[in-house]
Design a protein around this ligand. Structure first.
Ligand code: RIB
Ligand code: CA
Length: 338
């Protein structure tokens, strides 16, 4: 989380390599408030190998001065069968970039020459927790399998970290992958519950607020016209299939900025209003697996079930969209991404 000395905050982004993850990573790579130590990758929207490749694609386009370590983690959920969102983010998780060609017929997104680290994401998370302690924020944008595995391996070390900002769950909003569950929590509910009961300070950026942050296709296309760059071109290309899915299934031609909002909350927590809640994640439900159940009863036993999450219930959408436009390089006004 942001600190008063305005020193960049050491962060690790844990991601499942989809379209909104890519938009969030562009923000992180452009944010002076964050010191991006590493990106750890987990299976979710797409398999872990493709997700790692997608992270490297974003890095190759933004061209940050310092390349973050990209380390692969868990290939499947702790207990449940693998479940992905290729039908929503595209077969490659990034809008099927191999469709795009330049005017001369060459591939706009050729095969990458950079590789992920050989270091395992779980070991990297534990090493960072040990090294940075409570100054470290983990920004979790996918299923929580990597984080939960690190907690299972060495919970005491993981409890040293300052905070985990999680894109996931929902308090009062319906689910998005089932009526009850948000995608990240649905893919690995067991991991989500392990994180909920870990005792680590948690901020939950759930569907209650992310569904209040839509990005219209028109905005993306207008920005590409006004501010042509590799980054604005990439944003237009990778969001095509994802936005068409929303057009055909959610009634608007655009997409929700789930992961970018979680990134924004890590940068500026004043963007959201939170409530301290006791939340558990259903792991055995017949219809409700992955549901994040907040106990908001007045007569809840506060001693037995103390709040474990700062849950975001409202967002200053206008200020968030300004931050997204700036850090997401939508305005093409940042010196990266020629
Ligand atoms: O429910 C939305 C979340 O699931 C986002 O993080 C999206 O990238 C997918 O991982
Ligand atoms: Ca994600």
């Amino acid at each position: 989380m942001i600190n008063l000395q305005n020193q960049p905050v050491p962060v690790i982004v844990d991601t499942d390599g989809g379209v909104d993850d890519a938009l969030a990573l562009i923000m992180a790579l452009n944010s002076p408030q964050l010191d991006l130590k590493a990106v750890t990758v987990v299976a979710g929207n797409i398999n872990v190998d493709q997700a790692a490749n997608n992270v490297l694609r974003v890095v190759s386009i933004v061209k940050p001065n310092t390349l973050p370590i990209v380390a692969k983690g868990c290939e499947k959920p702790l207990v449940k069968q693998t479940f992905n969102a290729a039908g929503i983010h595209g077969a490659d998780g990034l809008g099927e970039l191999d469709r795009f060609q330049e005017a001369d017929g060459t591939l706009r997104y050729p095969k990458l020459t950079i590789e992920p680290s050989t270091e395992n994401a779980i070991d990297l998370l534990l090493k960072a927790a040990q090294e940075y302690g409570d100054s470290l924020t983990i920004i979790a944008l996918g299923p929580l399998t990597n984080v939960a595995t690190a907690i299972q391996k060495d919970g005491a070390t993981m409890k040293k970290i300052g905070r985990i900002v999680i894109m996931g769950g929902a308090v009062t909003a319906p689910g998005n992958i089932t009526a009850a569950a948000e995608f990240n929590f649905f893919v690995d509910p067991d991991a989500a519950q392990i994180v909920m009961e870990s005792g680590i300070p948690l901020t939950l950026v759930g569907l209650d607020v992310t569904m209040k942050a839509p990005l219209a296709r028109q905005v993306v296309e207008e920005n590409l016209q006004r501010h042509p760059s590799k980054v604005t071109q990439f944003i237009a290309d990778c969001t095509g299939i994802y936005m068409a899915f929303h057009r055909d299934n959610e009634g608007f031609y655009g997409c929700y900025l789930h992961d970018p909002l979680a990134m924004a909350v890590a940068i500026d927590p004043s963007l959201v209003k939170t409530e301290s809640l006791y939340i558990r994640v259903e792991t055995q439900g017949r219809f409700t697996t992955g549901m994040s159940l907040a106990d908001r009863r007045d007569r809840r036993d506060h001693k037995a079930n103390p709040p474990n999450v700062e849950a975001c219930l409202d967002v200053d959408t206008e200020r968030f969209m300004q931050l997204f436009a700036q850090l997401g390089n939508l305005l093409g006004n940042l010196p990266v991404g020629i």
